[in-house]
Design a protein. Structure first.
Length: 395
């Protein structure tokens, strides 16, 4: 149960208890609030205290012949609404007090929300309504507007009435798209979902991009095939698949310009989408001691003995390439590589000889790293840093 639900339950219990007190029955209840965590306890007790004060004020107001404003609800959600339309909702206000209740709509949060009260003064037992009229405008976004009602109820002098909703979009095109990760030379793909909440047809006339090997296709797909858009209640979804050829390792970006027609109209709509992706390094390293950012953690080692570490080196192409150790720092490290029985995998061995000088491996200064690759192609390589230190026994 949410904390709000717990407070409502407490309110009902308090009303029942206070009602029993009015008939002359005295009951003392001692309990630990069920389901309220320690972090919620202070807020819970504050809400309980507020409910008690409000109940006391209502009873006092009733005994003094004062009005009491009661509303079944102070919020209303229109849901999805069409642009450039006018939506209205009437909030009921009752006078459950013993004196006349005055109502005045004081202000609204914007000019497009108009609040009006059907009746300005209510006798005890009467009800009226305050209507909020909202012009949705054109923008495709969620709106929430409010009107403030002033009453002479001493327990509810100010009441905020709120309406909300989402204006239907004519054409939604995502601002960004992401290609799935791939190897250099591989074709990677990104999927864009273009939809409307008003129209029945979206056609992609053309798509243009400077990305290498760019290609595209689009198809209208059933709404129930895209559960991620179920809350948007689209009337039509066009699935656009974009492809390009991955180039050098690392992140890349580009842009695609889409030319669209909605409901077969003659005016072409142009939309630009920013595209990003990542190309795998041609070589990867694998070891439980290897951290993706920091490198291979050697710890603090004594130079009174030899130390040895092993990693798996994996190349991500089927091409025949002879991998070798391209560079090592410091040069006093003994690093070797040899293929394993699994195609594309190599065993890398790092030996720290006995008696080498004290060394602190420092990533910022590139002091301590190993680079592996194809000696005949500088783009086909990768490296990892070493972290840790080698110290002499007498230090």
């Amino acid at each position: 149960m949410s904390i709000t639900g717990k407070f409502l339950l407490v309110g009902i219990l308090l009303a029942s208890v206070l009602g029993g007190l009015s008939t002359g029955l005295a009951t003392i209840v001692t309990y630990a609030p069920y389901g309220v965590s320690k972090t919620e306890l202070a807020e819970f007790e504050e809400k309980v205290s507020l409910i008690k004060r409000e109940e006391a004020l209502r009873k006092e107001a009733l005994s003094m012949g004062l009005p009491q404003a009661v509303l079944p609800s102070t919020r209303y959600d229109f849901g999805l609404v069409n642009p450039h339309t006018t939506a209205s909702h009437a909030f009921e206000i009752w006078n459950h007090g013993a004196g006349p209740l005055t109502i005045d709509v004081a202000e609204t949060t914007c000019k497009c929300t108009v609040g009006s009260a059907q009746k300005g003064t209510l006798a005890p037992g009467e009800k009226t309504s305050v209507t909020l009229t909202w012009n949705t405008g054109q923008k495709s976004e969620q709106y929430e507007q409010a009107a403030r009602v002033i009453t002479n109820d001493p327990t509810r002098e100010v009441i905020d009435l709120t309406v909300s909703g989402v204006v239907k979009t004519e054409l939604f095109v995502p601002a960004k798209g992401v290609f799935h990760s791939g190897d250099a030379g591989e074709v990677v793909e990104s999927t864009l979902l273009i939809y409307s909440q008003q129209h029945d047809d979206i056609a992609v006339v053309s798509a243009e991009s400077d990305l290498v090997g760019f290609d595209w296709e689009s198809n209208v797909v059933p709404s129930d095939s895209q559960p991620s858009l179920s809350e948007q209640q689209p009337t039509v979804i066009n699935q656009v698949k974009l492809r390009c050829r991955a180039q050098k390792p690392g992140r890349f970006q580009g842009e695609v310009k889409l030319h669209l027609l909605v409901n077969g109209e003659s005016d072409v709509i142009e939309k630009s989408v920013e595209l990003t992706g990542r190309v795998h390094a041609p070589i990867s390293f694998h070891s439980p001691m290897l951290h993706s950012r920091d490198g291979l953690d050697l710890g603090t080692l004594g130079n009174d003995q030899e130390h040895e570490f092993h990693l798996i080196v994996r190349k991500h192409f089927d091409e025949e390439r002879a991998l070798s150790v391209l560079d090592v720092s410091p040069e006093s490290l003994d690093v070797s590589i040899e293929p394993t029985s699994r195609f594309g995998d190599y065993r890398l061995t790092i030996r720290i000889p006995k008696g080498i000088p004290s060394t602190i491996f420092n990533l910022d200064q590139k002091r301590g790293y190993v680079q592996i690759g194809d000696p005949e192609n500088e783009d086909f390589s990768n490296w990892f840093p070493l972290i840790g230190a080698v110290v002499a026994n007498d230090e």
